[in-house]
Design a protein around this ligand. Structure first.
Ligand code: AMP
Ligand code: MG
Length: 524
């Protein structure tokens, strides 16, 4: 395999845990612990992303080499790698949970590509670390495949995300109780290599604030700005620099969540340890894709009671999480007002971004507020989509096929799940389409341009839960071709792909209540 070049600033510039032994413990006064991946029985490459390989400067021969599977399965290191697990804490389901940390993620190193970009390579499922608490540090194929597939799909959808280089089967079994119902069973294990400029989370800062380790908190903030936000590093005054940085984190998070709402993605576990400081989608677990439009839907069975992380709540939870980050960094910023202003700006930025995206989804030249406003029309549409159990992706995609002069429900035949629910909203929905048609005609975007804008904002293909589950079922039986095809389709989510219509189909009936398709758990 071709040589990768590493420059491991995180471990070079930040203090590490002096203890070298790999056992579970609280780690104080350190940003990370050095730890080696635990080798697996027979690492075998199941899937890889050619785009990510290319970013890193690897070609197909590199990826298909025996060494690649060994390295990205956790059995070997390349020269220059300096593996570690990061220390972080977090608020889980609204409560401070103390030290969490990379319990099954191990960063191998920061790779510098030919363009000079820094890409951190991180294995997920590579064995225990000092942060593994009561768990084994491993991951099952089911969840690893879901992370691999969805992170690449999100990228192609235009949603900020961590990436995935590879999915490697371990040849070992991992025991999991998938639905936490007392039925543990062995499942095939796998390791994903995920890739991002940085895997730092809100929780990396919160842990030091919670312990009163202010010097370390300050170091980590300044490191993060210098390495990951170079455009802000020029500001010489530390307090002003840190405030600018927090504003930027708020801005990126606002944009991120607006995208999730645009494409129908529900993260499922928006704990502060799962919030990327770069505003990337991170830690794909019991996430889900909205099939029938339902703002109250949560894919995560652990969240079924409170529905904290339901689809429609995500913008508020992101704000709550930023609030926790503001509390954490306050001791080194020492001023409340600018942090509060940034938090208030989050809501404005999110709303503006969301409206910009909805404007494109609806094919409008501008968003009208005030008289006859588009917010009201959108709220009305959302109510109808929920009441009528209408598929979100299909509805918005087919909206481009409606003739604004003669609106009809015909383009939406495939979007309904239940004839009775359809019948209940048909008249009102047609009324909405007529109003929208009139609005569009008055709005004045030329038809071809409008269509192009809409098709560019409304994906045809998304990694629906049942599609991922079918790829998992096949892969567990030794067939990764379904995953390969799905990945291929999801590389061009906005393009019609003749012969691949089945990947754009609404959720079939068998998947309505099947675990993995509608119900997911953190057990992975
Ligand atoms: P998550 O809900 O996946 O974000 O995980 C929350 C915390 O639990 C993080 O600190 C993870 O590293 C840790 N964790 C989750 N699964 C495992 C596992 N199988 N082994 C060790 N730690 C884990
Ligand atoms: Mg996590």
């Amino acid at each position: 395999m071709r040589a990768l070049r590493f420059d491991n600033r995180f471990v070079r510039e930040l203090p590490g845990d002096p203890e070298a032994e790999n056992h579970v413990r609280p780690v104080h006064g350190a940003c990370y612990s050095r730890v080696q991946p635990t080798p697996v029985r027979s690492p075998t490459l199941l899937a890889w992303s050619r785009e990510v390989a290319q970013i890193l400067g690897l070609d197909e021969a590199d990826v298909r080499s025996a060494e690649f599977a060994r390295v990205f399965g956790g059995n070997a290191l390349l020269p220059g790698m300096a593996p570690y697990a990061a220390c972080y804490g977090g608020h889980q389901f609204g409560n401070w949970a103390g030290q969490l940390g990379d319990g099954r993620a191990i960063t191998l190193g920061e790779s510098i590509n030919a363009r000079g970009e820094r890409w951190e390579l991180q294995l997920k499922g590579a064995g225990p670390t000092p942060y593994s608490r009561h768990a084994d540090g491993r991951a099952v194929l089911r969840s690893s495949l879901r992370e691999f597939l969805c992170s690449e799909a999100m990228h192609h959808l235009g949603v900020p995300t961590t990436r995935a280089l590879s999915l490697v089967a371990t040849g070992e079994q991992v025991v999991r109780d998938m639905l936490y119902d007392g039925n543990p069973r062995p499942e095939p294990g796998a390791v994903v290599c995920r890739v991002a400029p940085s895997f730092i989370r809100f929780g990396n800062f919160e842990i030091f604030a919670s312990r009163g380790e202010e010097a370390l908190l300050e170091r980590l903030i300044d490191f993060t700005i210098a390495r990951d936000f170079p455009a802000l590093a020029a500001e010489p005054a530390p307090a002003a620099r840190r405030i600018r940085w927090f504003e930027e984190v708020c801005r990126r998070t606002a944009v991120l969540v607006a995208h999730w709402m645009r494409v129908g993605f529900v993260h499922g576990v928006m704990n502060t340890d799962n919030m990327s400081i770069l505003g990337l989608t991170i830690d794909y677990g019991p996430y889900g894709w909205v099939d029938d439009f339902d703002p109250d839907w949560t894919p995560n069975t652990t969240d079924a009671g409170g529905r904290r992380y339901r689809f429609g709540n995500q913008p508020y939870i992101a704000h709550w999480n930023l609030w926790q980050l503001a509390n954490a960094i306050h001791p080194v910023v020492r001023e409340e007002a600018p942090l509060e202003r940034a938090l208030a700006a989050y809501a404005d930025i999110h709303d503006a971004e969301y409206r910009r995206m909805m404007q494109a989804k609806l094919g409008l030249a501008q968003w009208r507020t005030g008289e006859g406003d588009d917010d009201g029309a959108l709220a009305r549409l959302h109510k109808l989509l929920a009441a009528g159990e209408v598929d979100m992706t299909i509805f918005f995609r087919r909206l481009a096929d409606v003739d604004p002069a003669v609106p009809s429900l015909l383009p939406f035949d495939e979007a309904f799940y239940d004839p009775a629910r359809r019948a209940a909203v048909e008249t009102e929905l047609l009324g909405w389409l007529r109003d929208h048609g009139a609005r569009v005609l008055a709005d004045g975007l030329p038809a071809a341009e409008r269509r192009a804008v809409m098709l560019g904002a409304n994906p045809l293909y998304v990694p629906r839960n049942y599609l991922a589950q079918q790829a998992i079922d096949a892969a567990e039986n030794g067939d990764s071709s379904e995953l390969e095809t799905l990945l291929e389709v999801l590389r061009r989510p906005y393009d019609e792909q003749p012969g691949r219509e089945r990947f754009a189909a609404r959720r079939p009936d068998w998947a309505r209540n099947r675990p993995g398709c509608s119900m997911l758990s953190c057990s992975s």
